[in-house]
Design a protein around this ligand. Structure first.
Ligand SMILES: [Ca+2]
Ligand SMILES: [Ca+2]
Length: 446
């Protein structure tokens, strides 16, 4: 008797699981469902699946990139294939989704999460028209040679530079976002303040050599990816070179989701063991940093809200107040929000895997150690100092880092944390995926 009950329970579970949702893409034989976390507000979110993720989920070998279909509910989702080399840099395309290639798309988070169905094992399909086309303005020779606008976000990107070491404005903001506006409000413009660009990173100030001009390397329905390169960046101590590196940055602007991403790839030789990779920036929150603003940081397994209680005058009278400072962050993110002007920025700087590794290997001197300090300033901006201390620089010859900047409106702290978990994901956080299903043929029974 018990066995029969178990059998029917099992049958019910399998039957209920398989193909309860209608098969939306008859041209594809298989699909896999991707589940998003529940959040308290509807919001677009940027998602990236690697070829390795796809293989792990489905066991399906090397599909053609143009043979996928993506649906969330009844809505077909546009996607973009980005073929990458094993180190992450753009590869010569072969049309197949290899382990290191990326499938990039935007889905919607909501109170009642709607799963995304990724259909595969079919013939090439027509691309889904994009929701919004970016506006791209190139002005060769200009101080900001490339502007990209999409979905309320406008950014300016530059490489360039002149003679190293001089205080020329052209020697600042190389390989960086030097202009950023969100919903018509300018948050960054390095032309009015030379030090304000995103991020103040390696070789982007006056010490670096001339960078390449921005080059669009991926341009699809989902995002525009721009490459900027710095050849032979060198640092000397006592007239001896201690670091020589090649830097490539990929700066991405998503079109249907207010998100920017920075990927940094550095190949180098160095004799130094201690090194600091800088990624700091300053930004106003809303029109300026004031009592309408709040900082949200990860603390004790949840988002912790740290309101700015001081007025503009009080901040000016007592600047440089530390709001958040740690060498051991629980999760790699924080967010600024202006609750009156309904604007803000979340900054994701480290994924969960290295953080978990640091916590598991109890050590006072981990090889990579983020140092984060967020504080008020006498200016209308908040200062966000981040550097990654690398104590094993000479043991490696390559360094790779990924950062994401998400423009905010009035998202709850929990929603912001959920978006971080989707970006920083490790198994058990963010996405979950059902077993792959095969399309039933006509006459085939459940
Ligand atoms: Ca490929
Ligand atoms: Ca403000």
């Amino acid at each position: 008797m018990k066995k029969t009950v178990l059998f029917f329970l099992l049958l019910g579970w399998v039957g209920g699981y398989c193909q309860d949702e209608p098969w939306q893409e008859p041209g594809c034989l298989r699909r896999v469902a991707i589940h998003l976390p529940e959040v308290d507000q509807s919001r677009p979110v940027s998602l990236i699946i690697t070829g390795y993720d796809f293989w792990r989920w489905t066991g399906f070998p090397r599909p053609r990139i143009n043979s996928f279909r993506l649906f969330q509910g009844d809505t077909p989702l546009a996607y973009q294939g980005e073929e990458r080399q094993p180190d992450g840099l753009p590869a010569s395309p072969d049309g197949f989704l290899d382990d290191t290639d990326l499938l990039v798309f935007v889905a919607t988070l909501s109170r009642k999460p709607v799963p995304i169905y990724l259909y595969y094992d079919g013939l090439p399909t027509q691309p889904v028209p994009p929701g919004c086309q970016p506006e791209i303005i190139e002005k060769k020779g200009d101080i900001i040679p490339l502007f990209i606008s999409a979905g309320g976000v406008k950014v300016g990107i530059r490489g360039g530079g002149t003679v190293p070491g001089t205080q020329d404005i052209r020697n600042f903001g190389r390989g960086s976002f030097v202009f950023l506006s969100w919903k018509g409000q300018t948050l960054l413009d390095f032309r009015s303040s030379w030090g304000n660009y995103l991020p103040r990173g390696l070789a982007s100030g006056k010490d670096g050599p001339v960078w390449s001009e921005p080059e669009i390397v991926f341009s699809g329905p989902v995002r525009t990816v721009v490459a900027v390169r710095c050849h032979r960046y060198s640092v000397s101590k006592d007239n001896q070179p201690i670091f020589t590196g090649e830097i490539v940055r990929l700066l991405s602007v998503w079109h249907n989701c207010p998100t920017l991403e920075l990927e940094e790839y550095v190949s180098y030789q160095s004799t130094e063991f201690d090194w600091s990779w800088p990624y700091s920036f300053s930004l106003p929150v809303g029109k300026s940093l004031d009592e309408n603003d709040r900082l949200i940081v990860p603390l004790a397994g949840q988002p912790y809200v740290r309101p700015v209680t001081k007025t503009r005058q009080e901040i000016q009278a007592n600047p440089w107040e530390r709001l958040y400072s740690t060498e051991n962050p629980e999760e790699g993110w924080f967010a600024w929000q202006d609750t009156q002007e309904k604007t803000g920025l979340a900054f994701f700087y480290e994924k969960l895997e290295p953080i978990r590794q640091r916590h598991v290997w109890v050590t006072y001197r981990p090889a990579l150690h983020p140092q984060i300090l967020v504080r008020t300033t006498p200016y209308p901006t908040g200062e966000n100092n981040l550097s990654i201390l690398d104590r094993a620089l000479a043991c490696r010859s390559h360094y790779r880092r990924q950062l994401q900047y998400v423009l905010l409106t009035d998202e709850s702290p929990e929603t912001i944390r959920a978006i971080y978990h989707l970006w920083a994901r490790i198994p058990g956080t963010g996405l979950s995926v059902s077993l792959a299903e095969k399309q039933r043929q006509i006459g085939e029974k459940k």
